[in-house]
Design a protein. Structure first.
Length: 453
């Protein structure tokens, strides 16, 4: 059994949906379970409409019309007149009427809660799984759209819900295995789930990858395939460096570091459920299916030490706390981290010296409250519009001269903060956003575009 997850661009229009259906049909002998994102840009539109609706802005109605028009056009171009088109049109009308009600509700309340936003954001996947299932049926594959909200059970952390793997596994096997055993293909919407009480939740943006891994683990799949619009994980973002190349294989640790520090191909949480079950994750291109892609596995390939890729994470803020009298005192760092814990704020990198501690965060919203509390511990400075550049690979502790090469390449870039030693697979440093792409280009030339003795 394989899990085939299609991202938004892979189901972004008629041609892409037809291509996805062909890919599933070609792998029918491997008992595929399909997970799909919403059509590209639809989730953004849904959220935009919600933010307009809460202000009672009449443009929310235009957003609703745009969502309806795009799906109507897709259905009418994919399917001829007949029962299948009628069924999809009726489903679309029902879901979009529910969306209108949600928009009206947040407008009346003048409040957009995380719970309401989850219900709104789920609409795209609820529609796309029905369309893709119908496209498969049209291609001679008996497919059944399954509402993920009835299978993927989560807690009530709306916007970033966490799955209950035991109950999700029980429900997934009960519902999906009979479909597969009778020659069918289940098609599920990614990204969405529900509480035990049936309240709609989402796993967060990019959560369709996580959905694929969750169901892969629940069903003991042989492989999880992430079908996207790139040929695999790249040595660097090809939009920044056109000479970027595909990485054939990465370890789970490398993939997690790349995902966390800015690589958009794979959702960070995808790794955990798959690796815990020993299930490989393969990243493939729905546009160029001949490409072998990238395989992510728990065991790194032998003899493959060294850098494998560069990741970039913009929108970073550095918070510096200095207090010469207290920094080395017992419990000072604990009190610093208590502040971040109190405000539920994650820290990306940390560096300490005898007189200060520097931390990076990527969410600007809690910064005023965090800095106000930290000011009770010492002098606080905030540096905004920063970026984390990460050189990712493996066996860094065994690579003499690696840091020398890195800093020689960056000799004309001002580095504000460095993190090296906490991980054998990552050297990260912080630069100003305006210098980030220049830093990446020079590092790529040094580590991936030169033959080294």
């Amino acid at each position: 059994m394989i899990i085939m997850k299609f991202g938004g661009t892979s189901v972004g229009g008629v041609e892409r949906i037809q291509a996805a259906a062909r890919l599933v049909k070609e792998r029918f002998d491997r008992n595929p379970v399909v997970v799909t994102s919403a059509m590209s840009k639809i989730t953004d539109l849904l959220i935009r409409g919600a933010r307009l609706a809460v202000k009672r802005d009449p443009d929310s109605e235009n957003v609703l019309r745009e969502i309806r028009a795009r799906h109507d056009r897709t259905v009418s171009e994919l399917f001829p007149d007949g029962p299948m088109r009628e069924r999809l049109t009726a489903h679309l009308a029902l879901v979009l009427e529910e969306l209108r009600t949600l928009y009206t509700g947040v407008g009346y309340l003048e409040e957009l809660t995380s719970r309401s936003l989850d219900a709104i954001s789920a609409v795209g996947e609820r529609i796309s799984c029905e369309i893709l299932a119908a496209a498969l049926t049209q291609n001679g594959v008996r497919a059944e759209a399954v509402d993920s909200r009835g299978l993927l059970v989560t807690d009530e952390s709306f916007g970033k819900a966490n799955p209950d793997m035991e109950e999700t596994t029980r429900r997934a096997r009960l519902k999906l295995l009979p479909i597969i055993e009778t020659g069918g293909v289940p098609v599920l919407g990614g990204f969405i789930g529900a509480t035990p009480q049936g309240v709609t939740t989402t796993l967060g943006r990019g959560g369709s990858d996580w959905t694929a891994a969750i169901f892969g683990a629940a069903l003991n799949a042989d492989e999880i395939q992430i079908w996207t619009d790139v040929d695999g994980m790249m040595t660097v973002d090809p939009r920044i460096v056109p000479r970027a190349r595909v990485i054939p294989e990465v370890s789970a640790d490398e993939a997690a570091e790349l995902a966390y520090f800015g690589a958009k191909v794979l959702h960070p949480a995808t790794i955990k459920p798959a690796i815990e079950k020993g299930i490989p994750v393969r990243i493939l291109s729905s546009i160029n299916p001949a490409s072998k892609g990238t395989i992510v596995s728990g065991r790194p390939a032998a003899g493959s030490d060294g850098p494998c890729a560069i990741a970039l994470k913009k929108g970073i803020t550095i918070v510096l706390v200095s207090q010469p009298k207290m920094l080395m005192a017992h419990g000072f760092l604990a009190r610093v981290f208590e502040v971040f814990d109190h405000h539920r704020t994650s820290v990306d990198l940390i560096a300490t010296s005898e007189v200060s501690v520097s931390l990076t965060i990527d969410d600007p919203k809690p910064i005023p409250a965090v800095t106000a509390d930290l000011s009770r511990l010492g002098e606080v400075r905030v540096l905004r519009e920063m970026a984390i550049v990460s050189l990712v690979g493996r066996g860094f502790f065994r690579h003499a001269g690696l840091a020398g090469r890195l800093f020689h390449a960056l000799r004309e870039v001002n580095v504000t903060m460095i993190s090296f030693g906490a991980s054998d697979v990552n050297i990260s440093f912080v630069v100003e956003e305006r210098d980030a792409e220049r830093a990446i280009c020079t590092l790529h030339r040094e580590f991936f575009e030169q033959e080294r003795p």
